[in-house]
Design a protein around this ligand. Structure first.
Ligand SMILES: N[C@@H](CCC[C@H](N)C(=O)O)C(=O)O
Length: 364
């Protein structure tokens, strides 16, 4: 797989952007069907001046023909058009797969695309697919290692914004989405943030899944897990995907998450024999009863800047361990999420941002 090109709108001035466009246009030469893909989203859609300049540098396609939907509509064999989104720096390649229930690329191709040196670079690839059992859409995701998780919290916020863009929807909108974790309902707010009904957390040990024996009914709460000879206190929660949450070592002080050597300790949790489906691990510092700080090591993706399902799972763990209230701000490396585990319906609600970053095309 070869990368055609892609450009981010982060801190690129209009003049630089124009130069980039011209360079891409020259480089791609007669491959006019691809050259349309390379423009700065924000400047194209918010800056009429550049829109004209951009079009002028592309001899084959006029700016008027460019829209998010028409860009993704282009269907050349061997080319994947995508939009890159992120939710607090947890970044995804979004693929318009609404015409088929088969992902447009394989798990191996997804892993290559996610490579930050030889590909686009992302924590995962997300496919927007036709709904199942009466839902509006289905979401599937491949992690950056090519494995397929059941759910992705930051991803589902990106998914909702992607659908709104594809369907040209403005303002408040909600969708029903079938995922590996069942029905998930995101609602885009007027300010562009996305609130998601993440469903009911799963606590039964064998359903998480973990081989640790239940110690609070069937749930695993503040139980001992020996990792590399060191005893940690862990609580296990599934949000459709498995999470192991720790606030510190057994008998030790509360965690200071900035002091952790995540690349060293993270994989030892992920591949621990007590987690037959591997696990995501959240390391959590309690700042107050309504303010938590976390770092995450994700199954199949490693250290990421944010994990939505992880933020939900750790609030559940904090409540079960008596460390926090049901409504918390969770600080992740990429920014904060608002999480509430509602007593009334036992559902967890997550609120946070999702942003499109750039459009691109990859040669498969
Ligand atoms: N970053 C995601 C979780 C993605 C899936 C995870 N790596 C897994 O394998 O379970 C989120 O925001 O929830």
């Amino acid at each position: 797989m070869e990368l055609a090109a892609a450009t981010s709108n982060v801190s690129v001035a209009p003049q630089q952007s124009r130069r980039l466009l011209n360079a891409f246009s020259r480089k791609l030469g007669s491959v006019s069907s691809l050259s349309v893909g390379y423009f700065e989203r924000d400047y194209c859609f918010k800056s009429p001046g550049l829109r004209v300049s951009a079009a002028a540098s592309m001899d084959a396609v006029t700016a008027e023909k460019i829209s998010p939907a028409s860009f993704l509509d282009k269907r050349e064999t061997g080319v994947l058009h995508f939009v890159k989104y992120h939710g607090l720096g947890n970044d995804f390649i979004l693929v318009d797969n609404r015409d088929s229930s088969e992902p447009k690329i394989t798990q191996e191709q997804a892993a290559k695309l996610c490579d930050r040196n030889f590909g686009v670079g992302a924590d995962g690839v997300i496919f927007a697919m036709p709904g199942i059992n009466g839902t509006d859409y289905s979401m599937r995701i491949f992690n950056s290692d090519g494995s397929e998780p059941e759910m992705c919290g930051n991803g589902v916020r990106c998914f909702a914004r992607f659908i709104a863009e594809l369907e040209n929807l403005q303002g408040k909108h909600s969708f029903t989405i079938h995922t590996g974790a069942g029905l998930i309902v995101p609602e885009i707010q007027d300010n562009g943030q996305v609130k998601v009904d993440m469903g009911i957390p799963i606590l039964k040990a064998q359903d998480v899944p973990t081989k640790l024996p239940g110690n609070k009914g069937e749930a695993v709460v503040q139980a001992e897990l020996v990792v590399d000879g060191v005893s940690w206190n862990v609580t296990c929660v599934s949000m459709g995907n498995p999470h192991c949450i720790t606030f510190g070592k057994k008998g030790g002080p509360n965690l200071k998450v900035d002091d952790l050597n995540l690349p060293e300790i993270g994989p030892k949790f992920e591949h621990h024999e007590m987690f037959p489906a591997r696990t995501n691990t959240e390391f959590v510092e309690v700042l107050s009863r309504s303010h938590l700080k976390m770092r995450v090591w994700e199954r199949g993706a490693g250290a990421t800047l944010a994990c939505g399902t992880g933020a939900c799972a750790l609030v559940v763990a904090a409540v079960l361990e008596g460390r926090a209230d049901r409504k918390c701000t969770v600080d992740l490396p990429g920014g904060p999420l608002e999480i509430e585990w509602k007593q009334e319906d036992n559902h967890i609600y997550m609120m946070g941002p999702a942003e499109a970053v750039f459009y691109g095309s990859a040669l498969l």
